[in-house]
Design a protein around this ligand. Structure first.
Ligand SMILES: [Fe+2]
Length: 368
């Protein structure tokens, strides 16, 4: 990829073809102190107040810089590398991290070790890369006093507060408003599909775990939906097509969100799985279509619940699990409350937290 000049036209050569860059695209990017705030990298001018038919009076390439004089008298020196970076749409720091599919044969789970200064160093960078690769990470020795999970979340980005509060306690209580607060097993599910937007990432922090059961379970929704696509294409298609209503009610709020069980992005790749069959409501459709939908939901449920895909492990006090709520399903095995306490704390953050931190650390640590 390179920049070329031809009669005051600036062209971008991507290796196979050469195309003119719109002069206004370059004019918008003028970076002199007069036009760009160096600190925030925000424009000091409003480009929508300019005529868009700006042209280039003079242009030359001087080492790494593209020097331009525009016909409105503005001069600029643009870094060629930065222009190329924009053309390669290289924001894809996150997209460049290849998602690795996994199943029950995951093997040993490496744990990161908590340190007070971890949020600003390579440890955090490595942890976030791993998080995007596998959809979860475990960190051990995270302080368990004073709802430290909130500090932890806010040291990566910002906690996503919900009507449950900044964080929630997961322990068995009398008259619970959610099955999470019992000692019953919890089948693999994603959290809060009834919110709009759904919280992206869940943190779960083990404060006490004195019982033999109560193992945490995870399933990779990416693996399962890919297998479903391969083996039961019709089921996959209908689950990516029909929007169902997810609903949560209590005395203060009625939350509803309509979505597919398998949501795809513009490239038809997995964007988000949602699965919480106690609170989803499919609309009334043709009987044949509903027949297919119900069979498809049963099949994906069978797969999500199968030993083939599930990993199980015990969280110990101080262990903190961070998992992608758009990709993974989580659950737990049952436990006996007579054996002792099992107490976890949970909270949510969104992708802006992890993405923002990862880009910041890449810039700070000067990784290419
Ligand atoms: Fe949950």
């Amino acid at each position: 990829m390179k920049i070329e000049l031809r009669e005051n036209k600036i062209l971008f050569d991507n290796g196979t073809s050469s195309k003119e860059i719109h002069p206004f695209w370059l004019r918008e990017r003028v970076n002199n102190d007069e036009y760009l705030d160096k600190n925030t990298q925000q424009r000091k001018f409003d480009p929508t107040s300019l005529q868009t038919n700006v042209s280039i009076k003079q242009a030359k390439i001087n080492n790494d810089l593209l020097e331009i004089v525009f016909n409105d008298g503005v001069n600029s020196k643009l870094e060629i590398e930065k222009i190329i970076e924009e053309f390669s749409r290289n924001d894809s720091l996150i997209k460049s991290i290849k998602r690795e599919k996994w199943d029950s044969k995951f093997g040993k789970i490496d744990k990161f070790n908590y340190a007070e200064d971890m949020f600003e160093n390579k440890e955090m960078y490595d942890m976030l890369i791993k998080f995007y690769k596998y959809g979860f990470v475990l960190i051990k020795n995270v302080p368990t006093k004073k709802n430290f999970i909130v500090n932890f979340a806010n040291s990566i980005g910002s906690v996503r507060r919900t009507n449950f509060g900044e964080y929630f306690d997961v322990k068995s209580v009398p008259n619970p408003n959610d099955l999470a607060y019992t000692s019953l097993p919890l089948a693999p599910h994603t959290d809060n599909p009834y919110r709009n937007p759904v919280p992206c990432i869940q943190l779960l922090h083990c404060i006490k775990n004195e019982v033999r059961g109560g193992l945490s379970t995870l399933v990779d929704g990416f693996t399962v939906t890919e297998d479903l696509k391969k083996e039961f294409k019709e089921y996959y298609d209908i689950l990516t097509k029909i929007k169902v209503k997810f609903k949560f009610i209590d005395k203060d709020v009625v939350l509803e969100n309509w979505s597919e069980l398998i949501q795809l992005d513009e490239n038809h790749e997995l964007k988000q799985v949602k699965f919480s069959p106690r609170l989803d409501f499919v609309p009334i459709l043709d009987k044949e279509e509903l027949d297919l939908y119900y069979n498809a939901r049963n099949k994906i449920s069978e797969m999500y619940n199968s030993d083939k895909y599930r990993i199980e492990f015990k969280l110990m006090p101080g262990d903190l699990m961070m998992m992608d709520n758009y990709r993974l399903l989580h659950g737990r095995t049952s436990f006996d409350t007579n054996e002792g306490n099992r107490y976890l704390q949970g909270c949510y953050i969104d992708y802006d937290s992890t993405e923002g931190k990862l880009r910041h650390l890449k810039r700070k640590l000067k990784f290419k």
